[in-house]
Structures are given as structure tokens and as C-alpha cells.
Write a protein that binds this ligand. Structure first.
Ligand SMILES: [Zn+2]
Length: 213
């Protein structure tokens, strides 16, 4: 079962990927996390990725594809995988079909307004790293439950920047959605529901109960 998950930051994609991993025994591969961990390795690739991340540049396609190919060859992927953060372009999607053909592309759809609300409500504790938000409200407003530190908003969670990120996300994702629609692999589920309901909808798609054009 080879799955690609699409969805906004704040769509609950990470949570759903973890639930899928547990239920179906498939690997959850977040390319963002993967690159952050590769950047810590003392290898030629590690140093290259580290300098790219630090300069704010994108990791080039050939490097990304190579890393994904190696990752998908690992034993935990034999039953399948969930890709999160890859592919980002049609070209990457084509390469992926050659490496490991995809069975389902699931788009967790959340209204822009919801994303804006969720992300702009996010506050974190600089000391312990706990993230608070609509789904996790601190006992005392503006203060961390564990260390009593005042909570702060991340610089890129300011509403103007979130709006910009949402626009970029749409522009980037549109060609991918069209690509997978042409291949008849695309389905969308409503992400504006509670976690359990979203998960049941996703499983329904995977088990062939609901197909969206
Ligand atoms: Zn704290």
C-alpha cells in the first residue's frame, strides 16, 4: 500500500500519517524530517544538505529523489509507505512512479480560513518546546503548563505570513493534484472534522469504499 498524503500545514496530516502507520504497518516518511536528520550526519550528503538548508535553498531534485529512493528500499517499506512532503513537482511525481508506483493519493482538505485560524492560534514555549493551539489550550492563558514560561508566537505564524504560505501551497499543489487526477489516483477527504472521522474517511478510500474523481 503506497500512499502519498497531501494537505496544508495545519491540516492534521502528521497525525493521520501516524494513525495509518499503526493500522496498516506501513512506514511514515516525512521528507522534511528526513532531511533535517540527514543534515546532522557527518557524510558528504549530510554536509551538502546542511548547507542547503542553512542557506534557505531548496534541496535539488536529483538529491531529493536519490534520498527518497534509498529510503523506500529499506525493510520497513516492504508492506508500503506514506509519503508526506514528497513529491512536490510533476517531475518528482514521474520519478516516483518509476521507483515505487503509488496506489492512493489522499488530499486532506481543510478550508483556508480553518488553516489560518489553527496556525494563528499556535503558541509555543521557548523552554520545553510544547506547542499550544486550538486543540491544546494552556490552563492559564499565555503560560506554559509545565514550566510557567510565557508563550510566544513563532515569527512565521503571523497572519500575513500564513496567508502567503497558503497561497504558495495552492500554487505548488495544483499541478500535482491535476497530475494524480489524470492517473485516477486522487481522492480528497474533509479535514474539517474530528480526528477519528477523518481517519475513518481515509481508511474508506484505501479500502475502496469511496472514490472521488
Ligand atoms: Zn514549557
Amino acid at each position: 500500500m503506497n500512499i502519498v498524503l497531501l494537505g496544508h500545514p495545519g491540516s492534521g496530516k502528521g497525525t493521520q500519517a501516524k494513525l495509518l502507520q499503526k493500522k496498516y504497518g506501513i512506514a511514515h516518511i516525512s521528507t522534511g524530517e528526513m532531511f533535517r536528520s540527514i543534515a546532522k550526519e557527518h557524510t558528504e550528503l549530510g554536509r551538502k544538505v546542511k548547507s542547503l538548508i542553512e542557506s534557505g535553498a531548496f534541496v535539488p531534485d536529483d538529491v531529493t529523489v536519490r534520498v527518497v529512493r534509498e529510503r523506500l528500499a529499506k525493510p520497513d517499506c516492504t508492506k508500503g509507505f506514506i509519503l508526506d512532503g514528497f513529491p512536490r513537482t510533476e517531475q518528482q511525481a514521474d520519478e516516483l512512479q518509476n521507483i515505487a508506483p503509488i496506489d492512493h493519493v489522499i488530499h486532506i482538505h481543510v478550508e483556508d480560513e480553518t488553516v489560518l485560524k489553527r496556525l494563528s492560534a499556535r503558541r509555543n514555549c521557548a523552554r520545553c518546546g510544547t506547542v499550544y493551539g486550538l486543540d491544546r489550550v494552556p490552563k492559564q492563558s499565555g503560560t506554559c503548563d509545565t514550566c510557567r514560561e510565557p508563550l510566544a508566537m513563532r515569527a512565521d505564524d503571523d497572519p500575513k505570513k500564513i496567508k502567503r504560505r497558503i497561497e504558495i501551497y495552492h500554487a505548488e499543489t495544483k499541478p500535482l493534484i491535476d497530475y494524480y487526477k489524470r492517473k485516477r489516483l486522487y481522492a480528497t477527504v474533509n479535514g474539517d472534522q474530528d480526528i477519528g472521522k477523518v481517519f475513518r474517511d481515509i481508511c474508506g478510500v484505501l479500502e475502496g469504499k469511496k472514490v472521488t474523481k
